[in-house]
Ligand binder design. Structure first.
Ligand SMILES: Nc1ncnc2c1ncn2[C@@H]1O[C@H](COP(=O)(O)OP(=O)(O)OP(=O)(O)O)[C@@H](O)[C@H]1O
Ligand SMILES: [Mg+2]
Length: 140
């Protein structure tokens, strides 16, 4: 296992508008997590979060961006995933975070599942203005 040296930072941004973009962001996010020293199981969790958030961008907003920010410093090592779109927004955020709630006939597990896989999870959304989901996982 290789560990990023203290003070190491990495930022990668992925434009999401096709299923290939979703797969690419997932794969590269996983690689960034592995490079930062996350164990394969935790890097896989980060990859799942990236792919669920990117898939939501595709389905509900058509396009957007996923930014993967990795940082290793004296506070520790973490990865933050920021998924942003200018789509319709989420009118009822609490409901959207409930297992099984879907407006598209999906399983309704993407957001609540992603939340359980990370340490910090925020949604900021405004109707007709878009959605920003921020998820952070620390290396323990
Ligand atoms: N980026 C977004 N913009 C607008 N609405 C969203 C967005 N992401 C999620 N939502 C809303 O939140 C609901 C729950 O999202 P979640 O990802 O948990 O489930 P889902 O996409 O419906 O199904 P799946 O289990 O396949 O992900 C969606 O059905 C949709 O109404
Ligand atoms: Mg979803």
């Amino acid at each position: 296992v290789t560990y990023a040296p203290p003070g190491h930072e990495i930022t990668r941004q992925f434009h999401i508008e096709t299923v290939a973009d979703v797969a690419n962001s997932r794969r590269q996010g996983m690689q960034i997590a592995m490079d930062m020293g996350f164990a394969r199981a935790d890097a896989t969790k980060i990859a799942v979060v990236i792919s669920e958030l990117a898939r939501n961008i595709l389905i509900y907003a058509e396009s957007g961006t996923v930014t993967v920010y990795g940082c290793a410093d004296l506070r520790g090592t973490h990865i933050t995933v920021i998924a942003e779109d200018s789509g319709p927004g989420i009118p009822e955020i609490e409901r959207a975070l409930t297992d099984g709630y879907s407006t598209s006939g999906g399983l309704g597990l993407g957001l609540p599942g992603a939340r359980r896989l990370v340490d910090e999870f925020y949604i900021r959304s405004k109707e007709n203005q878009g959605t920003t989901v921020t998820a952070t996982k620390w290396l323990h």
